[in-house]
Design a binder for this molecule. Sequence first.
Ligand code: GLY
Length: 423
Amino acid sequence: MSVSRRGFLGTAIAASITAHLSAQESNPSPSSSEHQHQTDSNAHSASGKKPIMICAGNGVKYIDEAFAFLKAGGDTLDAALRVVKGPEDDPNDDSVGYGGLPNEEGIVELDACCMHGPTRRAGSVGGVRNIKNVSLVSKAVMEHTGHVMLVGEGAERFAVALGFPRENLLTERSRKIWLLWKEAHSLDDWWGPGLADPHWTAPATPTNSPQSQLWDERRQQLEQHAALIGIEPEFRQAAIRRVLVPPTGTIHCSALNEKGEMSGCTTTSGLAFKLPGRCGDSPIIGAGCYTDQDVGSAGATGSGEENIKVAGAHTIVENMRHGMSPLDAGMDALKRIVRNYNNDTNKLKFMDMTYYVLRKDGAYAGVSLWEGYSDGEKHKIVVHDGMKRSETTVALFKGSSHEFPPFPVAMPKELTEDSVYVK
Ligand code: GLY
């Protein structure tokens, strides 16, 4: 078999990316337990130049190994990529990479971006199909092209040229959830004016009672559909919950090393059941992720459309450049989202946003619009600076968001006990 120079180079590049990321570190994982360490402000100052990593909650399983790599002198972006690659590979994380919930046509489309502080470079991909590790593809765009962003088919072809394998990203589990949404819920899709439309009004609230007839009918209908589709009984309630409250799960990670170098990356399958071609904030440099070697690094998970409109990550880094603390910088970005809706909590309750903020001196903060999800789970940020811990974010508003579309208004308890979905 003849191998073209491009093919050979591509294979070699992909092999080198994979080998680099899968190389085992000699350092054992420094911590396998999770520590709660909450303070009033959640903002901390590092003493000296301590390496530190912060990420979303679904990075908790991967940050030990990544931190050991960083501490041993590994590059800051490669360390951050080691964290986000974990959920990308995990079929049970249906918010990122392989197994991510698909668009309205049942096709998984992934977004990612990265920024490398020391060389002040960036890479991004949006709406990519059939390639699992889009965070690595965004790095490849940064390193192997003269561009910053590739989207859609072009991004996929670029990834294949570099040796990334094409694979079906739709797991059976995610396909069945999509089918359930398609068959039973697609009247509440993403077509038509959204929350930002001046004429949008929340649907009338029939009752707040979980026993409402309307709710029971909807749930029974979904349960019947779920059984017909073949969704396993033990996973049925979790599947119904995803249909009723389409998630926007994502993972961001920022890293700082002993030399003061910083990088960040963000990756996602985006909003579940979105219109094909929809890109959220995650691939947008300055929205889903922004790193400035002189100042700090920030990233976002949550309502992508809202974050794009305030250029959240860039706003936060600029705020810190002008002297704000990580906490104040993040809160200011959240307030810009609130301002876009004239403080109307009837609309704001249908969105959420979490920012992960890391300043060049190691001070950090995790902030969110609401305290947590409708199931009562709090928003958390995972931190590792030699000790791994999970900390609740500082919320601008008390209470939890109501995910969109806004039906039903009440969430029965049996649908809130969700042990499978990793937020
Ligand atoms: N923040 C992820 C998304 O909206 O796509």
